[in-house]
Design a protein around this ligand. Structure first.
Ligand SMILES: [Zn+2]
Ligand SMILES: [Zn+2]
Length: 458
C-alpha cells in the first residue's frame, strides 16, 4: 500500500488527540485537473464532505483524495478542507491542497450474501491487479443463472459475492506490466478465468478447466461500478475490444451468446438440420438465431407460457427467423414437431427452459441420431427426470451437456453482435440503473421480461 494512503475503508475514525494545525491557505482545490491513477480528472466537493471525481478515464467516482509526498504524510486523520473552510468531520474524505494526488475511490456494488439477500451498497473500489485490468463497468446483463444464484445459490458460487458475469465497460486502469491495453478502451469481458495449463485448457476446452475460476461466481463480478480482471483473465483472452459502433448493453450479450455457440458445437449441429428450441425467452431466442446462422434449415420454436408466446410471435419476424411457432399450452409439441418434419423429428433439440416437461417433450421429438443439448436453465439439482432410455437406444440418440463458453467462442459472439448477424438489441426489454439490480433479478426470476441490462452511466 502506498505511503499515506488510508487503509480500511470508510468507517468513522476517532479523532486523534493531536491534530495538525489546520492549513488555512486558500484551498487550491478544486485545482483541476488533478492527476489520478489512470489519468487527469476534475474534482469537486460538496457540503456533506464528499469528493466527486469527474472526467476521469475510469468515469465518475466518489472518494477521498490523499496526499502522498514523503515529507508530509497526511496519515489517517489528515486535514479535511473544503472551499477554504474546514469541512465537517467527514470520515473517509481527506483532502489536501497540494498534489500529487491519489484517489482511493469507493464504488456502488450489488452484493449477494445469501438466498434472496442482495444489497446494493458501497464497497471499496478494487485495486487494479498486476498484469490485469481495472474496468469501469458500463453494462452488465442478467440471466437465469444470476436469478438462480439470487434465489437459491449455484454450484460454483462463493458468498458473499458481487454478482454479474455478462459485462462490458471501459478500461479504467491497466495493471503493472500491461502494455497493450490503454485506459479509455471499450471492452467486453468474458467471465471465465481458466488456468491455461491443465489438460482441458491444453486441449482447447478451457471452460472445463480443472482450476477454473469465474467472475461473478468465485470472483467479484460486474454488478458494480468497477471490475477487476486478473492477469489470468487477460492472458487467457477474456477481454475483447468492442467492435466499432457496438453499444455496451448489446456487447454484454456476447457471453450468453457464446454459451449458445458452445451448445451448438457440443451438439454438433450440421447445416441443413432441423432444430427445435424449447423456450422463447432470451436464451431460447439467442440460441435460435445462432442455430439459424449455423445453417439450421428448419427452426421450430416451442413456448408454453402464453405471455411469453406473444412476445415470441413478434420475435419470430424480428429476429429468430423461426419457421414455426408452437404454442405448447394447447398443442402437443411432439406431434407438432413430427408434423413439421414429415414424421422424422428434430435433429437437434435445445431446451432453453428449466421445465422438466420440455426435456421430456424434447427427447420424444428427437429424430434418429438426434441430439439434445443440456446447456441452460436446467431443473433444480435433484429433480427427477424420467428418461426413456429405449428411445436413445433405438434411435441412436444422444444427450449432451454444455457449460459456459471458451474465450474463442466469446470473441466470435462479440464479432457476430458487432456485425449485426445476431440482433441483440431486440432482446433487451429492460435497462435499469445499478440501484435497481434486485428488481432486475426479480424480473428475470419471474420471467417478466426478456434480457434485463443493468447500466452504469459513463
Ligand atoms: Zn449468464
Ligand atoms: Zn485449466
Amino acid at each position: 500500500m502506498a505511503r499515506g494512503r488510508i487503509a480500511g475503508g470508510m468507517g468513522v475514525q476517532p479523532r486523534p488527540e493531536k491534530t495538525r494545525p489546520m492549513r488555512r491557505a486558500r484551498l487550491a482545490w478544486p485545482r483541476n485537473p488533478v492527476q489520478i491513477r489512470g489519468g487527469p480528472a476534475a474534482v469537486t466537493g460538496d457540503e456533506a464532505g464528499n469528493a466527486t471525481v469527474w472526467d476521469h478515464p475510469g468515469g465518475k467516482g466518489r472518494g477521498r483524495l490523499i496526499r502522498e509526498p514523503e515529507d508530509e504524510p497526511i496519515g489517517p486523520y489528515g486535514m479535511v478542507y473544503g472551499n477554504d473552510r474546514p469541512w465537517p468531520d467527514a470520515p473517509g474524505v481527506f483532502l489536501c491542497p497540494y498534489g500529487p494526488w491519489e484517489v482511493d475511490m469507493e464504488m456502488q456494488a450489488a452484493v449477494l450474501r445469501g438466498p434472496g439477500d442482495l444489497e446494493v451498497t458501497r464497497r471499496p473500489r478494487p485495486a487494479c491487479p498486476p498484469g490485469g485490468l481495472l474496468v469501469a463497468v458500463r453494462a452488465c446483463s442478467l440471466c437465469a443463472t444470476d436469478a438462480k444464484m439470487f434465489a437459491r445459490g449455484h454450484r460454483d458460487l462463493v458468498l458473499p459475492r458481487i454478482l454479474g458475469h455478462e459485462v462490458a465497460g471501459v478500461v479504467a486502469e491497466a495493471g503493472a506490466g500491461v502494455t497493450d491495453w490503454r485506459p479509455g478502451e471499450a471492452v467486453q469481458v468474458a467471465p471465465g478465468l481458466p488456468c491455461g495449463g491443465c489438460r482441458w485448457c491444453l486441449r482447447g476446452a478451457p471452460n472445463m478447466c480443472e482450476r477454473m475460476r469465474i467472475i461473478g461466481f468465485h470472483e467479484d463480478g460486474g454488478l458494480a461500478q468497477y471490475l477487476a480482471v486478473p492477469a489470468q483473465g487477460l492472458s487467457q483472452g477474456a477481454v475483447n475490444r468492442l467492435p466499432a459502433g457496438l453499444g455496451f448493453a448489446v456487447a454484454a450479450l456476447a457471453e450468453p451468446l457464446a454459451c449458445c455457440l458452445n451448445a451448438l458445437e457440443q451438439v454438433r449441429l450440421e447445416p441443413g438440420e432441423t432444430v427445435a428450441v424449447f423456450g422463447a425467452g432470451p436464451q431460447g431466442r439467442l440460441v435460435a438465431q445462432a442455430a439459424r446462422l449455423r445453417g439450421a434449415s428448419r427452426l421450430i420454436l416451442v413456448e408454453v407460457a402464453p405471455a411469453r408466446l406473444d412476445r415470441a410471435r413478434l420475435a419470430q419476424a424480428a429476429d429468430t427467423g423461426a419457421d414455426v411457432m408452437v404454442d405448447a399450452s394447447w398443442e402437443d409439441p411432439v406431434a407438432a414437431i413430427r408434423r413439421e418434419t414429415q414424421g422424422r423429428g428434430a435433429d437437434v433439440v435445445l431446451p432453453a427452459t428449466g421445465a422438466v416437461e420440455a426435456l421430456t417433450w424434447g427427447l420424444a421429438a428427437l429424430a434418429q441420431r438426434g441430439r439434445l443439448c443440456l446447456y441452460s436453465g436446467l431443473p433444480p439439482e435433484g429433480e427427477a427426470w424420467p428418461v426413456n432410455l429405449n428411445r436413445l437406444h433405438y434411435r441412436e440418440a444422444t444427450l449432451v451437456g454444455a457449460y459456459g463458453c471458451t474465450s474463442r467462442q466469446n470473441a466470435l459472439a462479440l464479432e457476430l453482435l458487432g456485425r449485426g448477424r445476431i440482433d441483440g438489441e431486440a432482446l433487451i426489454s429492460h435497462r435499469l440503473p445499478l440501484a435497481r439490480a434486485r428488481e432486475g433479478l426479480e424480473l428475470v426470476r419471474d420471467r417478466a421480461g426478456m434480457k434485463v441490462v443493468v447500466e452504469m452511466p459513463g
